[in-house]
Design a protein around this ligand. Structure first.
Ligand SMILES: [Zn+2]
Ligand SMILES: [Zn+2]
Length: 272
């Protein structure tokens, strides 16, 4: 009995030792991996120091924008109506929307934006429309994502407003998709770039009245591949909201397909 007890104890001791050894090796390996990662990132930052996406200034620690550009972005933020995204005064009662959207019906529940389409935001948005503007668009998306993370904006997936293939071919990428990728990185949600597709080319129509724009956009969007698993709450993303006709039409298609909640996120709201 005593022999069997001793044997059991030594077997348990051996097993415990083995577990401790394995844990030590595993934590050493994690420690080494972490040091290796730090070394690699250190070399990368030394050879390719991070630069501000907007002004190109070399930075030390800022992830996307230098302090001066971050400050300029902050200056462009204004209090906005949660329903239509237009700027409102600091003391306006927006519990039911603002004066400009009272009586309006939207297929989306709310509109979030970084700021008005002016100053530094306008400058940044004009830059992303160039062929190599994708990195800046993703960085601006992360900035918008940080703002959204602080608000109550439930969504299961992030859906960019699609670009017609002809426009995609001219630009080389869809800026709304790049912004959606940046937002999704911060919120930890999936991006569904093919949930909607643009089935008709609609030339830009800045001088058309809103009703004419809406008529022209009818049938411009349709459900794309992957629509068999529709999320119940979607964050619909575009770069700028002007009259809102494009976002309304895209949201209308999603609503009629059965999406229950649609929230809109744009970098800027053009206000006239
Ligand atoms: Zn900068
Ligand atoms: Zn409003």
């Amino acid at each position: 009995m005593a022999v069997s007890d001793n044997l059991n104890r030594s077997l348990i001791g051996l097993a415990t030792r083995r577990v401790i050894e394995e844990m030590a090796v595993a934590s050493l390996s994690v420690w080494l991996q972490q040091r290796f990662r730090e070394l690699l990132f250190g070399v990368r930052d030394f050879v390719f120091p991070p630069i501000c996406w907007l002004c190109g200034q070399v930075m030390e620690t800022e992830p996307d924008f230098c302090r001066s550009c971050q400050e300029r972005f902050r200056e462009s933020y204004r209090r906005a109506c949660w329903r239509c995204g237009r700027s409102v005064g600091p003391f306006a009662d927006t519990s039911g929307g603002c004066d400009r959207c009272a009586g309006e019906h939207y297929p989306f529940r709310s509109v979030r934006r970084l700021g008005r389409y002016e100053g530094v935001l306008r400058e940044a948005i004009l830059k992303i429309k160039h062929l190599n503007g994708e990195g800046l668009a993703v960085a601006l998306g992360r900035l918008l994502g940080q703002m959204l993370a602080q608000t109550d904006c439930p969504c299961d997936a992030v859906v960019p407003v699609p670009l017609h293939w002809l426009r995609y071919w001219q630009r080389g990428y869809n800026q709304a998709q790049a912004i959606a990728e940046g937002i999704a990185q911060v919120l930890g949600k999936p991006v569904l770039p093919r949930l909607l597709r643009r089935q008709r080319y609609t030339p830009s129509q800045p001088n058309q009245p809103v009703t004419r724009r809406e008529e022209n956009l009818r049938g411009a969007f349709a459900l794309g591949r992957g629509a068999s698993h529709l999320p119940s709450a979607i964050l619909l993303v575009d770069d700028v909201m002007t009259t809102g006709s494009t976002l309304r039409e895209a949201a209308r298609v999603l609503r009629s397909a059965g999406v229950r909640q649609i929230h809109v996120a744009v970098l800027a709201r053009a206000e006239h």
